[in-house]
Design a protein around this ligand. Structure first.
Ligand code: ADP
Ligand code: MG
Length: 603
C-alpha cells in the first residue's frame, strides 16, 4: 500500500515518436516525404537512363539530352535527399528537446521512493544515451526505411517489367538472406535492451561515485572505485560487442545473396538472350538494377536493426513516464505549469486546540518485513515546541518523512491539523509545512532563491536580512561576492553550520503552520545555538514546531518531548515529568547512553 499515494497525475506513458514528430510539423513532415520520394525516384530512374544512353550511342541520336538527364537525375536525387535530411534533423532535435524536458520534469515529480529506486544516474542516462538512440526512430522511421523499402520495391517492379523470369530467379536467391536477417533483427532487440539497462547502471554507479568524491579522496579509494566502474564499463562493452557481432552478419548475408543472384541471372539471362527473349540493352539494365539492389537492401536491414535500438530507448522513456507522479506536483509541460496558488481544497485549520500531528499505531518499513516504526503513537500539540529525542537509528527522521508524506505508512493512522494524512494532497500538505532536512540541503541557486522557496508573499532585502540576522548569518551573507544573489554552486559553498542557519532562515520565512526541524543545530557552536533557539521560540509562539534534537538545552526548553526507542514511542510529556517517570529519558538526559548523536552542548 505504500506505493499508492493517491491517483498520480501521470501523463500517458506511451510514446508515439512519429505522432510526436508530426505534432505541429505536419507540413514539414509532408515536405520531407515528398523530397524523399523525388530522391528515390531519381535514383530509380538512373539505370533506365543509362539504358537510354546506351541506345543513344548505338543510334547516334539524343546523346547530349540523355547525358544531361542523367546528370540532373543524379544531382536532383542528392539535393532532395540532403534537404529532407536537414528538415528531419531539425524536427528531431526539437522532439528530443521536448522529450528531455518532459523526462526532467517528470523525474522531479516522482515519489521519492520511485525516484530513488530508479536512481539518479539511470534517469540521467535517459537524457544522454537513450536520447541519442531514440533519434534512430526519427532518422530511420519516417524517411530512411520507407525510402529504402520503396527503392527495393520500385527496383523489383522495374526488373519485373524488364524480364519477369529473371526477377523470379533474383527473388529466389535473396529469400534465404531475408530469412536470416529477420532472425538477426529479433535477436538484436533483446541484446540492445540489455545494453540499455547496463548503460543506465553504469551511469548510476558513476553518479554515485561522484557524489561521494570527498570520501573517495579521503580514503584514496580512486583506484578501487575506478576498478569497479571499469568492470561495469566492460560489461557494457561485452554486451555491445555481442550485438555488433550479430549485426555484422547482415552485410555479408546480403552480399552473398547478391552474388548468388548475379551468377544465376547471368547464366539464365544469357540463355534467354540467346533464345531471343531478351535484348542486350534490357539485359544490361537488369544487371545494373540487380547491382543497385544491394545498397537499399543493406539500408533497409540496418534501418530495421537501428529501429530496434530506438524502440528499446523508447521503452526506457516510457518506463519513466509510467511511474506515477505525485498528485498536484506535476504539470506535463513546464511552459503551461500553473503557478503555485493557494489551495482549492477546503483548508484544514491550524489551531492551538487541534493537535498539529497525531500518530496512531503507525507501522512503517522502507523494505517489506523490516519495520522501522513498530506502532508509533504520539501527539504534537497545535502550538509550541515539541522535541523528538532518541538514539541514532530510532526512527526520528523517518517520523518527519512520514509527516511530509514522502512515504506512506504500512498501517496505522497519521493526522495533520486534525485531518487524515491520506486526505491531504502531497502538494497541499507540503505548502503548509516548512522542513529542514538533516543534511540542510540547499539548491544550487542564489541565496535569495533558497530563502524564499517556501514563501508565497514577496520578501524584500530588509526582510531577508532581518531573518538572516536572527539566525546569525547576516554578516556571512553580506560578505559573499554578490550578497543575496550569490549562487551557491560548487564554487561558493557554505560550511555545515552556515547551511544549517540558512536552512533555518528559509523555514522562518516560509508561510508554514507546521515546522519540522531535523537536528537543526548539530553543526553549530553554542553561541549560534543560543541564537537559533530564540529564533525557533519565536516560530513556536504562533505554530507547532517539531524539532529532532540531541542537545539538552533544546530539549529542556521544549513544551513537549517525545521519547523514541527503536521505532516505538516510549513516552511523551513535559521535560520535568519525563525525568521523574521515564527512566530511559532520565538516562538520555543524564548523557549516560547518548552516543555520538546525542552530545551535551559544546562549552
Ligand atoms: P534517526 O533519524 O532516529 O537516526 P532514521 O529514521 O534515520 O533514524 O532511521 C531509522 C531506521 O531506518 C534505521 O535503522 C535506518 O537504517 C533505516 N533507514 C533510514 N532511511 C532508510 C532508507 N532510505 N532505506 C532503508 N532504510 C532506512
Ligand atoms: Mg535522523
Amino acid at each position: 500500500m505504500k506505493h499508492t499515494a493517491g491517483p498520480g497525475a501521470a501523463p500517458a506513458a506511451e510514446l508515439k515518436v512519429l505522432r510526436e514528430l508530426a505534432r505541429g510539423n505536419g507540413l514539414q513532415l509532408a515536405a520531407v516525404g515528398l523530397l524523399a520520394l523525388v530522391s528515390t525516384g531519381a535514383t530509380l530512374a538512373l539505370p533506365l537512363v543509362v539504358g537510354k544512353l546506351l541506345g543513344a550511342i548505338q543510334s547516334g541520336e539524343g546523346l547530349t539530352v540523355w547525358a544531361a538527364v542523367m546528370v540532373a537525375a543524379g544531382f536532383g536525387s542528392a539535393a532532395a535527399g540532403a534537404l529532407a535530411s536537414f528538415l528531419l534533423g531539425r524536427m528531431g532535435q526539437r522532439l528530443i528537446c521536448r522529450l528531455r524536458v518532459r523526462t526532467m520534469r517528470h523525474s522531479l515529480g516522482l515519489r521519492l521512493a520511485d525516484a530513488r529506486r530508479e536512481g539518479s544516474g539511470n534517469l540521467v542516462a535517459r537524457l544522454t544515451s537513450d536520447a541519442a538512440r531514440i533519434k534512430n526512430l526519427i532518422d530511420i522511421g519516417p524517411v530512411q526505411l520507407p525510402m529504402a523499402g520503396i527503392t527495393v520495391l520500385g527496383t523489383l517492379v522495374v526488373m519485373g517489367l524488364l524480364d519477369w523470369v529473371l526477377l523470379l530467379i533474383t527473388v529466389g536467391a535473396f529469400l534465404a538472406a531475408v530469412g536470416i536477417i529477420t532472425l538477426v533483427v529479433k535477436g538484436l532487440r533483446r541484446k540492445y535492451a540489455a545494453v540499455g539497462e547496463e548503460v543506465g547502471t553504469l551511469a548510476q554507479s558513476f553518479v554515485a561515485a561522484l557524489d561521494s568524491l570527498t570520501v573517495i579522496k579521503a580514503y584514496r579509494a580512486e583506484d578501487t572505485v575506478s576498478a569497479n566502474l571499469a568492470e561495469r564499463a566492460r560489461k557494457v562493452a561485452k554486451l555491445e560487442t555481442d550485438a555488433a557481432r550479430m549485426e555484422s552478419l547482415m552485410v555479408p548475408v546480403i552480399n552473398l545473396g547478391q552474388q548468388i543472384a548475379l551468377v544465376a541471372v547471368v547464366v539464365g539471362g544469357g540463355a534467354r538472350m540467346l533464345d531471343g527473349h531478351l535484348l542486350l540493352a534490357d539485359f544490361v539494365a537488369f544487371l545494373l538494377y540487380l547491382l543497385q539492389l544491394t545498397a537499399p537492401l543493406i539500408m533497409a536491414a540496418s534501418g530495421v536493426s537501428g529501429i530496434q535500438l530506438g524502440l528499446v530507448a523508447r521503452k526506457r522513456f516510457e518506463d519513466v513516464f509510467a511511474l506515477p507522479a505525485e498528485e498536484g506536483t506535476y504539470s506535463p509541460d513546464v511552459a503551461t505549469a500553473a503557478p503555485r496558488s493557494a489551495s482549492v481544497q477546503k483548508r484544514a485549520v491550524a489551531s492551538a486546540e487541534v493537535p498539529a500531528v497525531r500518530f496512531e499505531d503507525v507501522v512503517f518499513g522502507y523494505e517489506a518485513e523490516r519495520p522501522v516504526l513498530r506502532g508509533a503513537r504520539f501527539t504534537v500539540p497545535g502550538r509550541g515546541l515539541t522535541a523528538v529525542v532518541g538514539l541514532s537509528g530510532s526512527g526520528k527522521t523517518t517520523v518527519l518523512s512520514l509527516i511530509e508524506r514522502f512515504m506512506e505508512p504500512d498501517s496505522g493512522r497519521i493526522e495533520v491539523h486534525g485531518r487524515d494524512l491520506s486526505d491531504w494532497s502531497p502538494a497541499d500538505l507540503r505548502s503548509r509545512i516548512a522542513y529542514v532536512d538533516q543534511a540542510s540541503t540547499l539548491l544550487q541557486e542564489s541565496v535569495r532563491a533558497n530563502l524564499v522557496l517556501g514563501r508565497r508573499r514577496p520578501a524584500d532585502d530588509t526582510t531577508l536580512y532581518s531573518v538572516l540576522d536572527r539566525v546569525g548569518l547576516a554578516e556571512d551573507i553580506r560578505a559573499l561576492p554578490d550578497g543575496l544573489d550569490t549562487v551557491l554552486d560548487g564554487a561558493t559553498g557554505l560550511s555545515g553550520g552556515q547551511r544549517q542557519r540558512l536552512a533555518l532562515a528559509r523555514a522562518v520565512l516560509a508561510d508554514a503552520d507546521l515546522v519540522l526541524l531535523d537536528e537543526p543545530t548539530s553543526h553549530l557552536d553554542s553561541v549560534n545555538e543560543q541564537r537559533l533557539r530564540l529564533a525557533v521560540d519565536r516560530l513556536a509562539a504562533e505554530r507547532a514546531v517539531v524539532v529532532v534534537a540531541h542537545r539538552i538545552s533544546t530539549i529542556q526548553h521544549a513544551d513537549h518531548v517525545i521519547v523514541m526507542d527503536r521505532g516505538a514511542v516510549t513516552d511523551e510529556g513535559g521535560h520535568a515529568a519525563l525525568v521523574d517517570r521515564c527512566p530511559a529519558y532520565a538516562e538520555l538526559v543524564a548523557g549516560q547512553s547518548l552516543g555520538a548523536d546525542f552530545r551535551a552542548p559544546v562549552a
